[in-house]
Design a protein around this ligand. Structure first.
Ligand code: C5P
Length: 232
């Protein structure tokens, strides 16, 4: 399982997304499709991008009762994507149901990755609104350990947490890390960021990069810079 750069295609229409991908002639970057694009265009956008030869991380963050997640994952398995995700807060029973549901008849399945605590949730909000009194980093590692026990392949986390996740859950447990910025780039609304090179050094397995590539004057050059720094 090699390191790779995943482009977050946070667009709201098929036209915009395909026009963006058309700028990469001869290259097939790994693409993340999130809720915005999926809800706007439905499963056909996934099939179309897959048919163009891209690997796909379908970032829909499922969270429901185990039976509903299992059946929904079964439907998603037919889209033949490479990576899907869910909320670890749904419990181990839900994560195990997801794995069962997403496994195709031939025994293959996409990588299944857990979201621990969203980076938008502060320790204060977690304590006051969710009644979770443990420190946030301990909560994140505990959720990651639950995901590993359920048989999942890894977690979405900050690159800064990637080393600790590997220590807790094993070197083979994948860390998929957004919050990537070039050393000379804009941070935008991301707070705790690392460069692709730093993410590599800390041990991220996949970096998820949105605006530093999608909003760049030359997206292909920005993508290649990510690959050069991260994959080497
Ligand atoms: O544009 P930018 O590089 O900030 O995009 C990062 C992508 O990763 C977005 O699609 C964002 O929703 C996603 N993400 C994140 N932080 C998380 C989980 C997902 O930035 N904790």
């Amino acid at each position: 399982m090699g390191k790779d750069v995943i482009i977050a295609c946070d667009f709201s229409s098929k036209e915009e997304t395909l026009a963006f991908l058309d700028r990469f002639p001869g290259k097939k970057p790994y693409v993340k499709i999130g809720m915005e694009l999926f809800y706007a265009e439905g499963p056909s956008i996934v099939k179309e991008i897959k048919a163009r030869g891209h690997k796909i991380f379908l970032d829909l963050k499922l969270h429901d009762i185990p039976n509903t997640v299992k059946k929904s994952m079964h439907v998603l398995s037919r889209l033949d994507v490479d990576m899907v995700n869910l909320h670890a807060a749904g419990t181990r029973a839900m994560m195990e149901g997801a794995l069962e549901g997403v496994t195709r008849p031939d025994g293959t399945r996409p990588l299944v990755i857990a979201v621990t605590q969203l980076t938008s949730t502060s320790e204060e909000r977690m304590r006051e609104e969710l009644l979770i009194n443990a420190p946030i980093d301990q909560t994140v590692m505990h959720y990651a350990a639950n995901a590993a026990k359920a048989g999942l392949d890894g977690v979405v986390c900050s690159p800064m947490e990637a080393g600790k996740v590997h220590e807790t859950c094993g070197a083979g447990f994948l860390t998929v890390t957004p919050g990537i910025r070039f050393a000379d780039g804009e941070k935008g609304d991301q707070v705790r960021v690392t460069t692709p090179a730093q993410a590599k050094e800390i041990g991220s397995d996949y970096i998820v990069v949105g605006r530093p590539i999608t909003a760049a004057a030359d997206p292909v050059a920005a993508y290649e810079r990510c690959v050069a720094e991260f994959v080497g």
